[in-house]
Design a protein around this ligand. Structure first.
Ligand code: UDP
Ligand code: MG
Length: 310
């Protein structure tokens, strides 16, 4: 087993790869431990493949996996985690937006005993206001509705201990947002802060469509909020309609108010709508339970055992 694995998703990164390799290699060599750099070429259409094959030819510590087409950064990261053999695995972007020297700080934290070290962005250069605003809002909403205590302003730049990698790979779902899964599995987590520079070359590959897909992968595997919403609305509406009926009946009986037919229509429609919502909600709860079964996440993850054979 090597000590460190660096995993790097790369999509059309012909301009950055050499710069990345030249920046990371002396830093890793300085650690004087065995390491590997695994590039996952996510179906690039430029010279990424040729450059990676060239680097792998020159340096046996460089490994490359070429996807048959573009499957997305999350799939590339998954492939990286599955391929990595290191005791500690560090995921980094190919465009040097994740500064290599911060990886060294992560390694220091790992040596102190942390199992996950997140890279936390203090400042983000070269990103549009739209991207910053949507990211800011999305992660706050995601934390709220999933109940996952995800650290704010972190991306996929992280160090994972081997046992965290194994725990993440044991999760059954196909649709993955790695940063949400990293929180879900637990273990001792911390972060190092850094200012995120601009891309060293090229342009972002995150189109709006890719961002929406990523957002979806964070929400649906991690919460049944949307599925349980109808039953909550149904219960609320049912309660309000019944309370309205009772009030109308009492007021009519004591002779204070004799509402016209239209007034009675409101709680009647409310009650009918609540029945529809409750039925839908019950069916949704069943769907949510089926999803959980299919998702097949472990019921618990053990961090350590004492006097128990694994
Ligand atoms: N990436 C990938 N597949 C994709 C999109 C991006 O492997 O479909 C890689 C990309 O090469 C880079 C990392 O994921 O190494 C982050 O992508 P990018 O820099 O475009 O995103 P941003 O930093 O703008 O969020
Ligand atoms: Mg980038």
């Amino acid at each position: 087993m090597v000590k460190y694995s660096i995993i790097v998703p790369a999509y059309n990164e012909e301009k950055s790869l050499r710069l990345f390799y030249d920046a990371v290699t002396p830093m890793m060599e300085g650690l004087q431990e065995e390491y590997e750099i695994i590039f996952i070429n996510d179906g690039s259409r430029d010279a990424t493949k040729e450059i990676l094959d060239g680097l792998a030819e020159e340096d046996k510590r460089v490994k490359a996996c070429h996807f048959s087409r573009n499957f997305g950064q999350q799939a590339a990261l998954l492939c990286g985690l599955q391929t990595a053999r290191g005791e500690a695995v560090i995921a980094m972007d190919a465009d040097l937006q994740d500064p290599p020297e911060v990886a060294l700080e992560m390694i220091e934290k790992w040596k102190e005993g942390y199992d996950v070290v997140h890279g936390k962005r203090k400042k983000r250069k070269g990103e549009t206001v739209f991207k910053k605003a949507t990211a800011f809002l999305y992660y706050r909403v995601l934390r709220k509705i999933t109940g996952l205590d995800m650290p704010k302003d972190v991306g996929d730049f992280k160090l994972y201990d081997r046992k965290v990698v194994d725990a993440i790979l044991s999760l059954g779902e196909h649709d993955r947002l790695l940063r949400a899964q990293t929180t879900w599995v637990g273990f001792k987590q911390t972060f190092v802060e850094f200012d995120r520079p601009e891309r060293v070359a090229g342009e972002t590959h995150y189109t709006l469509k890719k961002m929406i897909n990523l957002a979806k992968s964070g929400v649906f595997p991690n919460t049944d909020y949307t599925l349980t919403l109808p039953i909550k609305l149904g219960l609320g509406l049912c309660f309000m309609s019944v309370a309205c009926f009772i009030t109308f009946i009492v007021l009519s009986c004591v002779g204070v108010w004799f509402g016209g037919l239209t007034a009675w229509l409101f709680p009647t429609v409310g009650l009918i709508a609540s029945v529809v919502l409750l039925c839908q909600g019950a069916a949704n709860i069943h769907t949510a339970m089926i999803y959980k079964e299919v998702q097949n996440r472990p019921k618990y993850i053990v961090a350590e055992r004492k006097n128990i054979e694994e």
